[in-house]
Design a binder for this molecule. Structure first.
Ligand code: PMP
Length: 432
């Protein structure tokens, strides 16, 4: 596989863009490789600027459920742009998207549309803090909720009350009220709430973690969070930016039967264009400006092109009642293929999957938390990744990013991946 043009572009880009990219993981630094640059996508396939083709398991980091350039989406966006790219005033498509979200995700009794997942989670926490007048927020290690200051904190050593900034430029004050506890550890949440009654406004959780690789909630974990939130009078926020409309039409809330007070959405609801949303109990959302005193705004919020793309994505979901069953079947085939390859290679690896999100962790034990995930052999993952890339399979370039697939991954694409897995897993097993 030749990557001449990609290398040229990357070299040029590195002079101008930090790391040559506009979002860090795209640099491939986590796998030590040189990132291909891509010319276009169609369905489940991406073609790079040197003409190499790949079955895409990044799927725009989970935003795509129907593949690249899904024809109804292309048409909807083309039509929308002829009516004006941004009117800056209310248009019917915003209401239609909000209604579609509300119908699929009933916990969003009211909602507000924004431009990204980061914005959505930032605002949802502001609503919770505003409603209770308490600053504290509990989140989980290995969770990702966007790059707003208040989330960029890791668990400090020992004391759950003292976090450390996980990025330079984050003032200690910005994370002073962020408490980070291990994922799947309801006891730790309970202890934090007990230790400091009256401090917390909310618990923010990825109901299926996807940002440390795919880590499902233990049975009982989400119900325990619900119970704890109720008992302590704090709000439960499901960050469903990744899981919303992916794991079920009603997201993880539907799949696990737990109703959050507030939820955040993104990715799939924009169908590949920048859209996020936060919503929840009407009494909480009525606190948002202009009704209430929790301020949040956006120049491009409800943008007509983004609304058209999002609506086409949600309409396609509504029109395909067997969508999630088909994704489950495709996922089971991929999971089984990876597991067979793992057994054949005799490598320590573990495949974890929920619906159309999956990760192969290069370690023997189940991964229930970020501490577990971090024990993975990232060098083995890098070899696996490089071998897949050479075989025309684009896997996310980090051990800690979930792989995604969608309705465009048909039998041909699944077969293509299954053929590539054995050699890639074998490559992971052999350290050079
Ligand atoms: N929350 C979760 C669970 C996410 O996965 C992400 C993005 N990966 C975000 C928030 C942030 O979304 P965005 O990148 O659109 O700002």
């Amino acid at each position: 596989m030749i990557h001449l043009r990609s290398h040229e572009l990357q070299a040029r880009a590195e002079k101008l863009l930090p790391g040559g990219v506009n979002s860090p993981v795209r640099s491939f630094r986590a796998v030590g490789g040189a990132p291909p640059w891509f010319a276009h996508g169609a369905g489940a396939w991406l073609e790079d600027v040197d003409g190499n083709r790949y079955v895409d398991f990044i799927a725009s980091w989970g935003a795509l459920l129907f593949g690249h350039a899904h024809p109804p989406m292309v048409e909807a966006v083309q039509q929308a742009v002829t009516r004006g790219a941004s009117l800056g005033v209310s248009t019917p498509a915003e209401l239609e998207l909000a209604e579609a979200v509300h119908e699929a995700y009933p916990a969003c009794e009211m909602l507000r549309l924004v431009n990204s997942g980061t914005e959505a989670v930032m605002a949802a926490v502001r609503v919770a803090r505003g409603a209770l007048g308490r600053p504290g927020m509990i989140k989980f290690s290995g969770g990702y909720h966007g790059h707003a200051d208040l989330f960029l904190s890791d668990a400090g050593s020992g004391l759950a009350t003292l976090g450390v900034a996980s990025s330079q430029g984050v003032p200690s004050g910005a994370i002073a009220d962020t408490v980070t506890v291990p994922y799947n550890d309801a006891e730790a949440v309970s202890a934090a709430l007990d230790q400091q009654p009256g401090r917390f406004s909310c618990i923010v959780v990825e109901p299926v973690a996807g940002n440390m690789g795919c880590v499902p909630p233990d049975p009982g974990f989400l119900p325990a969070l619900r119970t704890l939130a109720d008992r302590h009078g704090v709000f439960l926020i499901f960050d469903e930016v990744m899981t919303g409309f992916r794991l079920a039409r009603g997201g993880a809330a539907e799949r696990y039967g737990v109703r959050p007070d507030l939820a955040t959405l993104g990715k799939v609801i924009g169908g590949g264009l920048p859209v996020g949303a936060y919503g929840g109990r009407a009494d909480l959302m009525q606190r948002v400006a202009p009704l209430g005193k929790v301020y949040q705004a956006g120049t491009l919020s409800g943008n007509p092109l983004a609304m058209a793309a999002g609506l086409s994505s949600l309409q396609a979901i509504a029109q395909q009642p067997d969508l999630y069953t088909r994704l489950e079947a495709a996922g089971a085939a991929l999971e089984e293929g990876l597991n067979q390859a793992v057994r054949a290679a005799g490598v320590a690896a573990r495949v974890q999957r929920v619906g159309s999100m999956m990760t192969i962790f290069f370690q023997a034990d189940p991964v229930r938390s970020f501490a577990d995930a971090r024990r993975s052999d990232t060098a083995a993952f890098a070899r696996f990744h490089a071998a897949l890339l050479a075989a025309g399979v684009l896997w996310p370039p980090s051990q800690f990013e979930a792989a995604f697939f969608g309705a465009a991954h048909g039998p041909k694409e699944i077969e293509h991946a299954l053929r590539a897995f054995p050699a890639a897993v074998a490559a992971a097993a052999v350290s050079s």
